[in-house]
Design a protein around this ligand. Structure first.
Ligand code: ADP
Ligand code: NI
Length: 214
């Protein structure tokens, strides 16, 4: 048991150091701290589910290392390299790559991960897109991608497929209607559903205040 705990802590530390380097220059809300918060959320959710906590930890830390919004890698090159640098087994690498492939929000083509570990990491990632942190990240991403904060006659596009979602250019306020306010009803686990409810309310209160001030 101690041996397993040591292996968990060692991998967690080593991967943490590696992603700190990889995300060092990010100002789009996908920095090292995002991955760390996703890990913390995922570890909390994992305690409430029957799952492989080691897989959850590795997938949470690596979930954005090949995100097309940030990197131009092919076939999850970064995640594969970091895992083989840490001598993880082929079975672990395969399970983690499957999770990374499944978790992103891509409009109407978003999928529900097949494994409980994937469901947990997807929930943890989505929680970090909500609430006070989610609001901060959305505006950081918008500024980083030259998006306007808000344009009153620019309406949100609902029900976009993956290609439309990836290429359309809208405002950051629209992003709340196109993604962030949909997340509450897309959570997989009970623990995340409860956390999402609170964060969703905070975002709705923020929007109300925003329009009042506008
Ligand atoms: P996913 O893989 O589901 O996209 P990420 O961890 O990559 O999740 O984070 C996505 C985050 O990036 C969003 O929650 C949001 O904060 C930000 N983001 C993505 N697209 C936009 C956008 N069009 N406008 C503002 N923020 C965006
Ligand atoms: Ni993420």
């Amino acid at each position: 048991m101690n041996h397993l705990k040591n292996q968990y802590e060692q991998t967690r530390y080593m991967l943490g150091q590696k992603i700190k380097e990889l995300f060092a220059k990010d100002c789009s809300g996908h920095d090292y701290w995002h991955s760390l918060r996703v890990l913390n959320n995922a570890e909390k959710i994992a305690k409430t589910e029957n799952c492989d906590e080691y897989i959850v930890m590795v997938a949470a830390l690596l979930h954005d290392t090949d995100d097309v919004k940030i990197f131009k890698t092919t076939d999850y090159e970064h995640a594969r390299r970091l895992m083989s640098d840490c001598c993880l087994t082929k079975d672990t690498i395969d399970r983690v790559i499957t999770i990374i492939r499944e978790i992103s929000f891509i409009g109407t083509e978003t999928v529900c991960p097949a494994s409980i570990e994937g469901k947990i990491v997807q929930d943890a990632d989505r929680l970090d897109a909500m609430g006070a942190i989610g609001i901060a990240r959305a505006f950081a991403y918008g500024g980083n991608h030259n998006r306007a904060i808000y344009i009153p006659d620019c309406k949100p596009h609902l029900n976009m497929n993956e290609a439309e979602y990836r290429t359309h250019e809208g405002t950051t306020i629209n992003h709340f209607y196109e993604k962030l306010l949909l997340l509450k009803d897309m959570m997989n686990t009970d623990y995340a559903k409860a956390m999402a409810k609170k964060r969703d309310k905070f975002m709705r209160d923020f929007l109300k205040e925003f329009y009042d001030e506008w």
